[in-house]
Design a protein around this ligand. Structure first.
Ligand SMILES: Cc1ncc(COP(=O)(O)O)c(C=O)c1O
Length: 470
């Protein structure tokens, strides 16, 4: 699949025909192909969309009853597996009490806000919460808040970051050239980009970054260089917006100094620092928030995805004064902070706060890493493994010395995985990555099964692409 290639309904039907699905699943996929937008993730992640009817823990079942190991976790939404009993119980209980009360506080929402404020170290100490529904909506709210607060328009963000695909966020999202391929939205006209540092791809990134030098360049640019406007007070930048680790673009973990340097630059030029923890947050990295690995305090944090335990919910946790600027009704959102989603959110925090939870995430991450290292020893094409807790990104290359990206190998491995019941994501600056996104409570037995199917899929894929790129 090449980026930007148009796909017709007839193409989708041909893909469904060729897919390794049973007849009932294919029949549902055909119905979707006729009525749903082609622009969604369903026809991009796999050639033909799988159609699941049931989920239990880290396992999913399609319409024909075929079992899959869920290594997508709804892009880190289902971090406690599918239909966790504690979440189901919280959702059922709240649905019978109060489902929705406009964008008004209610007991569960007040409790969730109090917990988010006490769990998050925000610069300045005192914080407030603004609830929303999705990650994009949280980012839009944060951007609107900092523009209003500072009176300045520009937002600076890293090349390769993903901050959403709505009209207000697409201009901030440069993952896989999304902001170049598709018309940027409203935020696109006051956005600047800087390079993202990464140990393996430093100097090779399509985005021109070269390790931490990318940040020295950002510093130089902000200082005005040769400009007569070198005085920081004339800057028209409101904030730096950063993912602590680059998730949707391929699960890249930057050096710890990345966020430290962004914090230093923000302090030097009087900018606000917004961390987008929509995908990295709530435990995946082995800490509650991924930015904690760098020991910095943001001015604003945006969280979503697993916060609602599978229901739509987002929260902007910000320095109190930033959210005290609004006059009542200045920023409203009918569906924000839904009562059922907040009940699930409190259950999510209960599980994250259980003693030893993060140690278990780290232990499972180490089990994955050990198995992956063993696979890599026999497969030089597995060139690099990013790993922090259960945040895992695999980089595939056809030449380990030249680090030549191997997107064909990735496509073949994922296809082999799908046949064997393993749902794998894809990504990478060059389409040559497989992020692994397991539930945070994935049982050891399924980690081992995942590793063995992955190895088998790699062996098979290697045979197929050998002679071409490997
Ligand atoms: C880091 C990050 N920010 C924002 C978003 C947008 O979230 P949503 O798709 O819920 O709007 C995503 C989604 O993948 C994300 O990974």
């Amino acid at each position: 699949m090449s980026v930007g290639a148009k796909v017709t309904e007839a193409d989708l039907f041909a893909r469904i025909e060729a897919a390794p699905f049973g007849e009932k699943t294919k029949a549902l996929a055909r119905r979707a192909a006729q009525v749903e937008s082609i622009g969604g993730v369903a026809w991009g992640l796999f050639p033909a969309t799988p159609v699941m009817v049931r989920g239990s823990g880290s396992l999913l079942y399609d319409a024909d009853g075929k079992e899959y190991i869920d290594l997508l976790s709804g892009f880190s939404v289902s971090n406690f597996g599918n239909c966790h009993e504690k979440l189901t119980e919280a959702i059922r209980g709240q649905a019978g009490e109060l489902t929705h009360f406009f964008d008004f506080p209610h007991p569960g929402r007040i409790r969730l806000a109090e917990r988010l404020v006490s769990l998050t170290a925000i610069r300045g100490g005192r914080a407030r919460v603004l609830f929303g529904t999705t990650g994009s909506d949280g980012i839009e709210s944060a951007v609107r808040a900092v523009r209003y607060f500072t009176g300045k328009p520009y937002i600076l963000t890293a090349l390769g970051d993903y901050h959403g695909a709505t009209f207000g966020t697409i201009g901030l999202t440069s993952r896989a050239g999304m902001n170049a391929t598709y018309l940027p939205g409203g935020a696109g006209n006051a956005v600047g980009f800087f390079g993202f540092p990464h140990a393996y791809r430093a100097g090779l990134s399509a985005y021109g970054c070269s390790g931490m030098e990318a940040l020295a360049e950002l510093d130089r640019n902000l200082s005005g260089g040769f400009s007569p406007y070198a005085d920081g007070s004339t800057l028209n930048v409101a904030a730096i917006l950063a993912e602590p680790f680059q998730s949707s673009t391929g699960y890249y973990v930057p050096p710890r100094d990345y966020l430290r340097e962004l914090r230093r630059i923000c302090d030097k030029y009087g900018l606000l620092l917004i961390v987008d923890e929509v995908q990295t947050g709530l435990g995946r990295s082995g800490k509650l928030w991924a930015h904690e690995h760098s020991e910095i305090e943001p001015d604003i944090l945006v969280t979503s995805k697993t916060l609602g335990g599978g229901l739509p919910l987002s929260a902007v946790v910000a320095r109190a004064e930033i959210l005290e600027q609004w006059i009542p009704t200045a920023h409203i959102n009918t569906q924000a902070g839904n009562a059922v989603a907040c009940a699930a959110g409190n259950a999510v925090l209960d599980m994250l706060e259980a003693p030893g939870f993060f140690e278990e995430v780290k232990r499972r991450g180490e089990r994955f890493k050990k198995g992956l290292d063993a696979i890599a020893a026999g497969h030089p094409g597995l060139g690099y493994i990013d790993n922090e807790g259960l945040y895992l990104g695999l980089e595939f290359v056809s030449d380990p010395v030249k680090k030549t990206p191997a997107p064909e190998a990735v496509a073949a491995i994922r296809a082999e995985g799908l046949k064997r019941g393993l749902l794998l994501d894809h990504g990478g600056y060059y389409g040559n990555r497989i992020p692994l996104i397991p539930a945070l409570n994935i049982p050891d037995e399924l980690i081992d099964r995942t590793l063995s199917i992955l190895k088998e899929s790699m062996d098979e894929a290697w045979k197929k692409v050998k002679g071409k790129t490997i």
